[in-house]
Design a protein around this ligand. Structure first.
Ligand SMILES: O=C(O)c1cc(=O)[nH]c(=O)n1[C@@H]1O[C@H](COP(=O)(O)O)[C@@H](O)[C@H]1O
Length: 245
């Protein structure tokens, strides 16, 4: 395994969206040896809990805990402290919670770090507009005027001003976010669909190659791998496409 492969595979975040630990563990076995990031979201976390996350870390995985916190600042601070104690590498909040809430997430993480010197500082990122949100839905249903792009950039700037490390957005906006916030600001982009794959509930999608060319720092992929007949082949194909981009 060469360094370029390792680096690119590390930018693939596989969404372990499963109802229990056994099914998630089966995918881990299937992908064994591929040095990708693993994402634990609500479905798996609410079923398998912190033990599953600790187990992933014990096995050496990089872990993104995707619980999308959105609550009053004090509650998010406490949540962030508990999450940081799990030793995860990345976690997220909703930018819509506002500046005080995002700063509270950083304070919670810092509190955990101050109490345990063995912990590593996690990347703290904020969700802008979900990739399942399209232009019509934003304007007509939610009632936010303007383009999705404008809303995403506004959230990204707010997130950066609050001191967080980056945002979750669609790969379609990664270039604009980099222009607005600088190249060091991380873009984590779900809504990735290899050519010909089912879009499902995602509205703002790009292929793995397009996302990498567009400047995504990380791509998040769930069903195109987890629902594939051969998940390992699907993951290898995505990394190949990322490398070619
Ligand atoms: O925060 C996320 O990870 C996230 C944000 C977003 O805007 N859209 C989005 O799809 N996600 C997550 O990314 C994953 C995408 O999964 P697939 O659509 O199956 O590839 C899911 O686990 C979602 O919860």
């Amino acid at each position: 395994m060469n360094e370029r492969y390792r680096e690119m595979a590390g930018r693939l975040i596989v969404a372990l969206d499963y109802p229990d630990a056994d099914q998630a563990a089966a995918l881990l076995r299937e992908l064994e040896g591929i040095p990708c990031y693993m994402k634990v979201g609500m479905q798996l976390y609410y079923a398998a809990g912190p033990d599953f996350v600790r187990d992933l870390k014990t096995r050496g995985y990089k872990v993104f805990l995707d619980l999308k916190m959105h609550d009053i600042p004090n509650t998010v601070k406490g949540g962030a402290e508990s999450i940081t104690r799990l030793g995860v590498d990345m976690f997220n909040v909703h930018a819509a919670g506002g500046t005080d809430m995002m700063k509270a997430a950083l304070e919670g993480a810092d509190k955990a770090l101050a109490s345990d010197g063995s912990l590593k500082k996690p990347l703290v990122i904020a969700v802008t507009q979900l990739t399942s949100t399209g232009q019509d839905m934003l304007n007509d249903e939610i009632g936010i005027p303007g383009t999705v792009r404008d809303a995403v950039i506004r959230y990204a700037e707010l997130t950066q001003a609050a001191g967080l490390d980056g945002v979750v957005a669609s790969a379609q906006e990664a270039g604009d976010i980099a222009r607005a916030c600088g190249a060091g600001f991380i873009t984590v982009t779900p809504g990735i669909r290899p050519a010909g794959s089912d879009q499902g509930d995602q509205k703002r999608v790009l292929t793995p190659g397009e996302a990498i060319r567009g400047g995504s720092s990380y791509i998040v992929v769930g069903r195109p791998i987890t629902a594939a007949e051969k998940p390992r082949t699907a993951a290898e194909q995505i990394i190949k496409e990322m490398l070619e981009a």
